[in-house]
Write a protein that binds this ligand. Structure first.
Ligand SMILES: Cc1ncc(COP(=O)(O)O)c(C=O)c1O
Length: 494
């Protein structure tokens, strides 16, 4: 006799199935239907579809219940256009990436040519010419002791990779307990579990605990909030660097693998450091055999006024992380630079580094990166930053006459304006005030006034500026005028 079928269960499964397909059928894909039919669609259709189907990164979705998203449709030079026809200055180079400006025909040509020559090969057991050429070219700009490159598709993957190399390196060298990473408070290093563990922003991590254990935080170099405690910035820098030594000793030098630092820390608002800070970090890392990792995801490729900020501040890292502007943001690519010493143990016997990414060193991304560096050389973008940065700073410092402007800091084409309640006492805004100011007003007000930039409160509230490296004094004045108008209005609301 055939086994008795459980009608109830089958019924339930059947019901579940049909419900699922019902809801699938109800999915509103009108935009796709219009695309299929070759029909025109505009902002209204894009808005609805974006709200229904996109999950925006690091973004609250609740406001989109009642208001439209900004949909960026075009970029040219240092300008962006949106789906409603507004034109704004790109004051953030997309996301610290579009350093050569938007819309270079030669980058598109390089991508197209490469696609027809070799459209894809992973950099696993086979190499390809563009990766080889790019590695040498990148090394020609890099700090002298860096000799090898591990490609990734972005900054966070390079952060992750550097940690894994450090751990395996020490295992191969007979120091298996050296696994921990020290990084700085409020620093952002990416979102994967490893990179997020190194990140120093508690609010970004809480939901994802438990993260990768064994990371330790030390103070950053927030001079504006520390200057009342020290005679000079150099003295403060030495104090901050010595906290790294303290952390190493507290954890045990045999357990610490690496120290990560951004030459100019973005989160918290462009924290620079006196060169003696980096010199002392080098001494400490040498003393305790700790790998010094410079995270130049943002500062790399000219942003600081040198090709790499390591050069600008005399930093001698063991590893250096770059991404973003390597292709001026037009292709996803990251490059981790290393001293040969960290590669050597991997050349022996059957040893491999069991780690990689399908699309790292994508031939098209490498071809575009090479073309991007041609633009850098031809247009002398780094010289432009070096020459004009002091003028940029001076122009922004005019804003000190506004009571809400507490500090203007940064370097190169990378500045932050810290907002305060009281210039004299440096009193900052509390969480609710900051929420109202930033998300309730500033971010949309800047955009409406013609500037895409970022008001951020991962540390104290700051406005962040990182425009393409192509702009000059005329555009600094335009930026200052927009900032002045919006910050004046913001003060009235405080
Ligand atoms: C200093 C730093 N490190 C790492 C990252 C992560 O890079 P990605 O988003 O390419 O993974 C970022 C991103 O902004 C960054 O600023």
């Amino acid at each position: 006799m055939a086994p008795k079928k459980s009608k109830g269960l089958l019924g339930l499964i059947g019901k579940k199935k049909s419900k699922k397909s019902d809801s699938g059928a109800r999915k509103d894909l009108k935009l796709f239907e219009a695309m299929q039919a070759g029909e025109a669609y505009g902002d209204k259709e894009l808005q609805r579809s974006a709200k229904d189907h996109l999950w925006m990164h690091f973004t609250r979705h609740s406001p989109y219940q009642t208001k439209d998203m900004t949909i960026i449709t075009r970029g040219e030079g240092h300008y962006l256009w949106d789906s409603k026809g507004n034109k704004v200055i790109d004051g953030l180079s997309g996301l610290f990436a579009v350093n050569a400006g938007h819309g270079h025909q030669e980058l598109a040509d390089a991508a197209s040519k490469q696609m027809m020559e070799l459209d894809f090969m992973p950099l696993w057991a086979y190499a390809h010419p563009r990766a080889i050429e790019l590695a040498e070219r990148l090394l020609s700009y890099a700090p002298k002791d860096l000799n090898r490159i591990f490609f990734t598709t972005g900054g966070g993957e390079a952060v992750e990779t550097a940690w894994k190399i450090a751990k395996q390196y020490y295992k191969l060298k007979g120091k298996p307990t050296k696994t921990k990473v020290i990084s700085r408070m409020t620093a952002y290093h990416g979102t994967s579990h490893g990179a997020l563990s190194i990140t120093g922003i508690a609010a970004m991590k809480a939901m994802f605990e438990p993260l990768v254990p064994s990371t330790i935080r030390v103070p950053n170099t927030n001079w504006y909030r520390s200057k009342h405690l020290f005679k000079t910035e150099e003295e403060f820098g030495l104090w901050a660097a010595n906290r790294i030594e303290e952390a190493i000793l507290m954890e045990g030098p045999d357990t610490v693998a690496a120290f990560y630092v951004e030459p100019i820390q973005n989160s918290g608002g462009c924290f620079t450091a006196h060169p003696s800070y980096f010199k002392r970090v080098r001494e400490i890392c040498d003393k305790y055999d700790v790998i010094f990792v410079a995270d130049e995801t943002i500062t790399g490729y000219g942003r600081s006024g040198e090709m790499f900020a390591c050069e600008r501040y005399g930093i001698e890292p063991d590893m250096m992380i770059t991404a973003k502007a390597i292709t001026s943001g037009t292709q996803p690519l990251g490059a981790l630079f290393l001293k040969e010493k960290y590669f050597e143990p991997f050349t022996e016997g059957t040893t491999i580094f069991p780690h990689g990414y399908t699309f790292a060193a994508h031939p098209v991304a490498c071809a575009v990166a090479l073309a991007n560096l041609d633009i850098y050389d031809r247009e002398k973008l780094v010289d432009n930053v070096r020459t004009n940065s002091p003028i940029f700073r001076k122009t922004l410092e005019k804003l000190y006459d506004l009571p809400i402007v507490g500090d203007v800091r940064g370097d190169g084409y990378f500045f932050a304006i810290e907002l305060v309640k009281n210039q004299e006492t440096r009193e900052t805004f509390n969480k609710e005030e900051s929420e109202k100011l930033l998300r309730g007003f500033l971010n949309s007000a800047f955009y409406e006034a013609g500037l895409y930039c970022r008001a951020d409160d991962r540390g104290d509230p700051v406005v962040q500026l990182a425009p393409p490296l192509t702009i000059g004094p005329k555009e600094f004045d335009e930026l200052e005028q927009i900032l002045r108008k919006v910050l004046t209005e913001a003060w009235k609301r405080v």
